[in-house]
Design a protein around this ligand. Structure first.
Ligand code: AMP
Ligand code: ZN
Length: 464
């Protein structure tokens, strides 16, 4: 059975689906105004690991992941700041139509997910196409007395109307302070309590991406989309809700308040959050200026799945500190494992080693991926028959998602006579920083039909 740390209870919880055999999962998806950085992808990988482990336990997983293409303001960290919509700001900066921006980065997100071996979700609802759902939900919340219309037509959720507000992040309403400049403006406009937040915002004259509503032309707040889409596609019992740790507050607190007040009960059974990715010691973020994209990883000659392997080296609820050296190390291990798996596959098949069960145990124990890798390293070094090692790694790869059997049955490319000596000489020349010689040797190799590329992990060759 899979066990995960539940942010709300703070405890390790057994994941028992409410409908036997069927696990319903909602994952907060990307805001598609820029390329997802590898920190974002680490968080998305968490959901994939849950999905794979649950599948190995025989559960059928239904996963919904939203695409935020409207309503996420530049400053959502404050309970209700008057920021600019991230998408509109980017559209302005690139001089493009906001929907073009949204679709462009949404496609890039799907490509990146595939490069990282993440299984697609069953549905990717877009916020901009779910406005009716949100309006119905908001109307219901107004009717039930959980929401009210402010002076300027903005609809607010009344935080104090939801008694257990703060249960995920352990923030108490009484301790959340007023005083932000934007709060003062909002209060002047008819917001009743500083911690209330906007469900629907009245739009100014020239704003793009607006929709008609009973409260005038406007656009949704960020949090309401996840309530509306999760209730619509998964219903009022959701087994697991995932996201990055920063979404605990205010996004998930607000979402939980909206959803539970609509349904009249606790809808999400387990909240699971992934810790942040740091790069060379600092949190990866656009504002920090240390963003790394999947395309950067590929440009440096690394397999994108090396990134996945590097992520598996740290448990999801710990901060991971990545560096280029770490990615290079993971690339080396991945290359070695693929070559070994291909070689082992040449030998007669044999039953998996008994330690294989420990790999699933480690994943099931709150996704202890470092321990799973440890088990595989010791199987690799063990004296088990090659056929048993092959079966073990091939099976474990259903959890790891590293495409370890990629090279099975592929005849290794043979270098033409004399090429290996030239490659060795070139590697030596590069170590000695004799680039003139290295270039000459590259030309000689090209003459033999061998193309050489320099990567972070040394030179790589292909036959032309
Ligand atoms: P966004 O596209 O900005 O809405 O973020 C998508 C997801 O990435 C959210 O679940 C965030 O919590 C998560 N996230 C943002 N920064 C990081 C980071 N440095 N490491 C891990 N996850 C992150
Ligand atoms: Zn969300």
């Amino acid at each position: 059975m899979l066990r995960l740390t539940d942010t709300r209870t703070g405890a390790l919880e057994a994941i028992v689906p409410s409908t036997p055999g069927r696990l319903k999962v909602y994952a907060c998806g990307p805001t598609v105004y820029r390329y997802a950085h590898v920190g974002n992808l680490r968080t998305f990988l968490l959901t994939d690991l849950i999905r794979r482990t649950a599948s190995m336990h025989g559960l059928q997983v239904q996963l919904v992941q939203n695409i935020t293409d409207v309503g996420h303001l530049q400053d959502d960290t404050n309970l209700d700041a008057d920021g600019e919509d991230k998408l509109l700001a980017q559209a302005r900066e690139e001089g493009k139509d906001p929907f073009w921006i949204a679709r462009h980065y949404e496609e890039a997100f799907h490509r990146d997910q595939a490069l990282l071996g993440v299984h697609p979700a069953d549905a990717y609802p877009r916020a901009s196409e779910s406005i009716d759902l949100m309006l119905r939900l908001i109307a219901d919340l107004v009717e039930k007395g959980h929401a009210y219309v402010g002076g300027d037509g903005t609809v607010y959720f009344a935080a104090e109307s939801f008694a257990s507000y703060g249960a995920i992040s352990h923030n108490k309403l009484s301790e959340l302070r007023a005083g932000h400049r934007a709060d003062a403006t909002e209060l002047a406009k008819g917001k009743r309590f500083h911690a209330d937040w906007a469900l629907w915002k009245r739009a100014g004259e020239n704003r793009e991406m607006t929709w008609p509503s009973p409260w005038g032309h406007g656009f949704p707040g960020w949090h309401i989309e996840c309530s509306a889409m999760s209730l619509d596609l998964l219903g009022d019992v959701i087994d697991i809700h995932t996201g990055g740790i920063d979404l605990r507050f205010p996004h998930h607190e607000d979402e939980r308040a909206q959803t539970d007040c609509y349904a009249g009960k606790e809808v999400v059974r387990h909240w699971v959050h992934g810790e942040h990715l740091l790069f060379e010691g600092r949190k990866m973020a656009k504002s920090t200026g240390n963003v790394v994209l999947v395309s950067d990883v590929i440009d440096r000659g690394f397999d994108p799945l090396a990134l996945r392997l590097a992520f598996l080296g740290t448990r999801y609820r710990q901060q991971a500190n990545l560096s280029w050296a770490e990615i290079a190390g993971a690339h080396k291990t991945l290359t070695r494992w693929r070559a070994s798996v291909a070689a082992w596959a040449e030998q007669p098949s044999a039953a998996m080693v008994v330690e294989a069960a420990q790999v699933l145990d480690a994943f099931s124990d709150d996704l202890d991926t470092p321990r799973a890798l440890q088990v595989l390293r010791s199987v690799e070094k063990s004296g088990a028959p090659d056929g048993a090692k092959f079966e073990t790694f091939a099976w474990a790869d259903r959890l790891l998602g590293l495409d370890l059997a990629r090279d099975v049955g592929r005849a290794p490319d043979a270098l033409p006579a004399g090429a290996q000596d030239l490659l060795d000489a070139r590697a030596q020349a590069r170590t000695e920083k004799d680039f003139a010689l290295s270039d000459r040797l590259r030309d000689e190799l090209a003459g033999l039909g061998v193309a050489v590329k320099d990567t972070q992990v040394g030179q790589e060759w292909t036959l032309t």
